[in-house]
Design a protein around this ligand. Sequence first.
Ligand SMILES: Cc1cc2nc3c(=O)[nH]c(=O)nc-3n(C[C@H](O)[C@H](O)[C@H](O)COP(=O)(O)OP(=O)(O)OC[C@H]3O[C@@H](n4cnc5c(N)ncnc54)[C@H](O)[C@@H]3O)c2cc1C
Length: 379
Amino acid sequence: MSEKHAEVGGAGLVGLSTALLLRRAGWSVTVHEEADAVREIGAGISLHQGACSVFEHLGLMDRILAAGVDLDASQALSHTGEVLADRALAGAYRQLAIRRQVLIKMLADEADAQGVEVLTNSRVTGATADGVLLLAGGKSRNADLVVGADGFHSAVRESVGLTDKKVQRSNGATRLLIDYDKASGRTVLEEWWGPATRMGIIPIGGGQTYVYMSSRESDRRATQVPIDPDYWGGLFPAVDKEIFQLLSQVQDARHDRYPYVKPKAWSKGRVAIVGDALNAVPPSLGLGATLGLRNARLMVDALGVHDSVPDALRAWEATARPDTEWIQRWSLFRERLSHNLPAPLARVRSKLLQRSNGFRGWGNRGRNFDEQLITGARR
Ligand SMILES: Cc1cc2nc3c(=O)[nH]c(=O)nc-3n(C[C@H](O)[C@H](O)[C@H](O)COP(=O)(O)OP(=O)(O)OC[C@H]3O[C@@H](n4cnc5c(N)ncnc54)[C@H](O)[C@@H]3O)c2cc1C
């Protein structure tokens, strides 16, 4: 039987991982990236065990562990420094922190090593359900499978009419890397909660710390880039002042509004969508990429079971969609809890964070988000 061929639009974390998963399953794959190089934005990322299970399957975990930080614990703190929760991050709850640029380079190098063709300066304009990827300049490519991994604004999703909701939320975050490393012994992901703002401070390796600062978009002083050290220092008086000074000097800080996508369906004919094109979600649980990777793995698994690509894609959606929407609902809820709570309820929220050891939602069929997103043998 001849090798099946896939055309993938978008060389982000999920697009390249999907290409590698397909390649590992015996497909030939071409990836199209509209930028002039494969690169990531947004400083750092935390990867949960669900993402790690996909990278283990791809044989990349040793390299990821060598380049990132296997975090010991996650703490929730009030803006005044009271520790509200302290969760150990191990087993199903493992979390790694890694610089995005390091991770994407690793994926691009692996794609090259595995014979995945990655074309830069190649802009996707759409697709057709019979398996044609449409490219800028009137070019097109035929495939057994077309994958739209082209992010929140996905041209593939729009062209085949799969968008139900695509929302830029009223909250967002600035992400930065600073040369700061005071971790001694225990590596802790700190999540500081102000009344309507949040700060994440995460050791990321190489003597650096990854920081995210989230707020309502209407709070202009909070969304300002470069960041305003006096404003943020006032919001979080117990955070080391040196951090704000270092943050204010970062020139390439990145501010983004939170995204949310709900598709009408996950595929049309031979066209599937993955990653933020499919399931963009506010990062309030830090699960967007993990969810995208898990769904990509389940898609490739389904393609290995069904002879017909459209049948496989329908079976994939039936399996993976309920959990995806469950996690998206909780992410939206935790986003509101972070930024849109009436001020007097902030104390109630602190109690909730204390009682639930960090508040990561309630389980589904006896499983929590982290366990539910693990694929492969450990599932
Ligand atoms: C503030 C913030 C913090 C986050 N933190 C975390 C976290 O800690 N952990 C986590 O798991 N997730 C996190 N996420 C979510 C995570 O970043 C995304 O889910 C993930 O990066 C999506 O990857 P992707 O490959 O689907 O899309 P993208 O990263 O958007 O990649 C899409 C790629 O497609 C390319 N492209 C776009 N249009 C075209 C086109 N027409 N033709 C060709 N190429 C195209 C783009 O240039 C890009 O390279 C966070 C998100 C935000 C906003």
